[in-house]
Design a protein around this ligand. Structure first.
Ligand code: ADP
Length: 452
């Protein structure tokens, strides 16, 4: 080092300063034994580098604290939001579940009264039925929301006839709309050929139903119009009403869970504020967007898009789709096995099938179901509950299929979770029914498979 000239040392100093300028604070200049002015300068530069390193470290730490603070702030907002949601959830649910329960329990106890005229009985029963439906809607919405949030919701694409869906929804809502003194129109800009697309049929259907249902619910005069047209790479749907409308400050929030534009306590409308949150989630899962334009007292117009994918062949044509249009041609001499561990559920199935069957047998678990099928190879239909003690329905179906390929097995479950249906079909069931089984749904499903 002693041999280095003064100008070389100055060059070293300059290089060190350049490195520091580039952000490298690890350099340190050597101090010679000369103890001269250049050593003093080198020492000064080293101290300066240390100071800079130190202040840069402090700055970095400060930035990090700022980030942590911002994250904490975000978490706080989220926690407060989820707290608000929880309170809204509890307030809404408590009301939305207790009200129909009140109807069910109250009118069921009134029905016990002796000597009640028949028309009065029918009236009470219809209230019980409506309350049950309302309760089921809420439960279904809650299950949908939790499926969406837990990532359990998946897309199942199949051939979908959009025009048919629109016509069906129009026919479905027309009586209710006309009863309110209003009119409902549909307007499809899709040719018959264009109307066949590949998408998740159930979800498109649910989105449209939700929007039209709201249009009917929140309108008391005028018209409802809905439809669809091609717009570039997308199909664009609209649902337009001349109802109560939504104020500007609520327009963005109504797609949030539990949010209602009307003041909840004063609102005369039923609902938990979940429909649009589910609808939005479905639209986004399908790769589209949803938006709304509205003016209080004038009406609302909801729009949504989904990617337009023309149906390109029969590759997704599943047996369930072919049978969709089959009619009820089932005879009244069916031999049916009911595998069901819930007494009331079994009784309900028995009552639904009594007139149609000449043999009805009831077992309460999977083991007994397998045994019954082995001993009675003449059963036409097995109604298989999935959740049963000893042996569950899936395992029972697997075992039955080892020796009987022809009996029609229909799974029935109250789980209604994603993949249940697929799993049931995979183990060998012919079809699947989600509880509660209402109306003639059971007969329709049996009719799809039994033709004599
Ligand atoms: P719900 O109808 O069960 O309250 P939604 O999530 O379907 O829940 O709708 C959220 C809110 O948006 C409703 O409470 C209502 O205030 C408002 N809204 C939805 N659709 C319409 C409509 N067509 N006209 C006026 N308001 C609507």
């Amino acid at each position: 080092m002693n041999s280095i000239s003064g100008s070389e040392r100055i060059t070293q100093f300059i290089e060190a300063i350049m490195l520091v300028a580039k952000g490298d604070y690890s350099v340190q200049l050597e101090i010679t034994e000369k103890n001269d002015m250049l050593d003093a300068l080198a020492m000064g530069i080293n101290i300066m580098i240390d100071e800079i390193r130190h202040s840069v470290e402090i700055e970095l730490q400060y930035e990090r604290y700022k980030e942590i603070n911002a994250e904490l702030e975000k978490a706080k907002v989220k926690a407060e939001e989820s707290d608000r949601f929880k309170s809204a959830f509890l307030a809404n649910m408590s009301h939305e579940i207790r009200t129909p329960m009140n109807g069910i329990l109250g009118f069921a106890s009134l029905l016990k009264k002796q000597g009640l005229p028949y028309d009065q009985q029918l009236k009470y029963l219809s209230i019980i039925e409506k309350s049950g439906e309302r309760m089921l809607n809420i439960i279904n919405d809650l299950i949908e929301i939790s499926k969406i949030e837990s990532g359990q919701m998946s897309i199942t694409r199949s051939r979908t006839n959009i025009n048919e869906q629109i016509e069906f929804i129009h026919a479905f809502f027309r009586p209710e709309v006309e009863k309110k003194g209003m009119r409902i129109f549909y307007n499809s800009g899709l040719s018959e050929k264009d109307a066949f697309v590949e998408t998740d049929r159930e979800k498109v259907y649910a989105i449209l139903i939700n929007l039209v249902k709201n249009a009917v619910k929140y309108s008391h005069k005028g018209t409802i119009e809905f439809g669809c047209q091609k717009s570039g790479e997308f199909l664009e749907f609209f649902v337009k009403d001349t109802g109560i409308g939504i104020s500007r400050d609520k327009l963005n929030d109504i797609f949030e869970r539990f949010v209602q534009a009307e003041d909840y306590l004063r609102s005369k409308y039923e609902g938990a504020g979940l429909g649009l949150a589910i609808t939005k989630a479905y639209v986004e899962m399908l790769g589209g967007k949803i938006w709304v334009e509205s003016e209080p007292d004038k009406g609302s117009q909801f729009h949504f898009t989904i990617p337009y994918k023309p149906f390109s062949g029969l590759k997704n044509f599943s047996p369930a789709m072919i049978s969709e249009s089959s009619v009820d041609g089932i005879p009244n001499n069916l031999k049916v096995l009911i595998a069901e561990d819930d007494r009331e559920a079994a009784m309900l199935l028995r009552l639904m099938l009594e007139r149609r069957s000449k043999k009805l047998m009831h077992v309460v678990n999977g083991t007994e179901a397998v045994e019954a099928c082995r001993n009675h190879p003449d059963f036409d239909v097995v109604l298989m509950d999935i959740k049963m003690s000893e042996m569950d329905g899936y395992e029972a179906v697997r075992q039955i299929r080892e020796f009987n390929q022809s009996v029609i097995i229909i799974a029935q479950t109250a789980f209604a979770m994603a993949g249940e249906r697929e799993r049931a079909l995979e183990v060998g069931c012919n079809d699947y029914l989600a509880k509660p089984i209402v109306g003639d749904e059971l007969i329709k499903v049996i009719g799809r498979h039994i033709r004599f």
